[in-house]
Unconditional design. Structure first.
Length: 273
């Protein structure tokens, strides 16, 4: 938002805890936790309640809201005037962050002059919110799959098919997550799922192949699910030719002559569940 040059101050926060898990549009409160372009700490940690102030109005209506002069506006309540004035903000807009019909927080953009905020600043803010909503949706799905992977593993073949599908989805999600810590957590869960499928002593009976790269494993996991090269490319956001290249490389490292042999060898080595 700030890089656009249209909104030099940006801040916001996500609904957390019980309020964030309630579902629907009924979020009651969030705290401002992220700030960029601010001069003071007056806004940090400020608890915004539904209906109060500009952010509370956006939270209640689930619609973008804006004011030309925050302190004198007649369309919002003024519980937060002191911290807003301390930061010197005048024109402010607030956009709710909504993921799967759940209000997850509010993102603000602001000016220190009382200018009417037109379509361009609003468009910039909406683009930033859409990007955040997509990132949160991916993170939610990753957390769901992680919770599934933390359940006790079973020998039931049907359950193992679910495990393999979760492994495939986790690897595909990991490539889309900018959060390094969460990405590593996903890949660690993948490694746990893969190693749990190896029969005791099986890996020690055969020579270990050259390690596969993360992308080679991604492609092989897709192939193991029965995906064609085109389907694997769509899932992993790669070109089909690139998928073929990764698959050939993985087969060479595993000493396999067919796709099936490569999948079997990877499972024997604990690289795939």
């Amino acid at each position: 938002m700030r890089r656009s040059g249209l909104l030099p101050v940006a801040f916001g926060g996500l609904v957390t805890g019980a309020a964030g898990q309630a579902g629907g549009y009924g979020a009651r409160q969030f705290r401002i936790s992220e700030m960029s372009g601010t001069d003071t700490e007056s806004l940090r940690g400020l608890a915004i309640t539904t209906g109060n102030g500009l952010g509370g109005k956006a939270l209640a209506t689930v619609r973008p809201c804006s004011v030309t002069d925050y302190g004198s506006s007649r369309v919002i309540s003024h519980e937060y005037d002191p911290p807003v004035a301390a930061e010197g903000l005048r024109s402010v807009l607030a956009v709710p962050v909504v993921v799967r019909r759940r209000v997850r927080g509010v993102l603000y953009g602001a000016l220190r002059q009382p200018y009417a905020l037109g379509d361009r600043p609003l468009s910039v803010a909406l683009d930033a919110v859409r990007e955040l909503e997509q990132a949160l949706a991916v993170r939610d799905e990753a957390q769901r799959l992680l919770s599934f992977c933390q359940q006790p593993l079973t020998a039931d073949p049907r359950a193992w098919e679910q495990v393999r599908e979760a492994h495939l989805e986790l690897r595909a999600l990991a490539t889309r997550i900018p959060d390094v810590r969460l990405r590593q957590e996903l890949l660690s869960a993948c490694a746990r799922l893969a190693s749990a499928a190896v029969p005791s002593g099986a890996a020690s009976r055969v020579p270990r192949p050259a390690p596969l790269t993360p992308r080679e494993l991604d492609v092989l996991a897709s192939v193991a699910s029965g995906a064609t090269n085109a389907a694997a490319a769509a899932r992993l956001r790669l070109r089909p030719e690139t998928v073929k290249s990764y698959l050939r490389s993985a087969m060479r490292k595993l000493g396999a002559h067919t796709r099936l042999e490569a999948v079997v060898a990877a499972r024997r080595e604990g690289l795939l569940p």
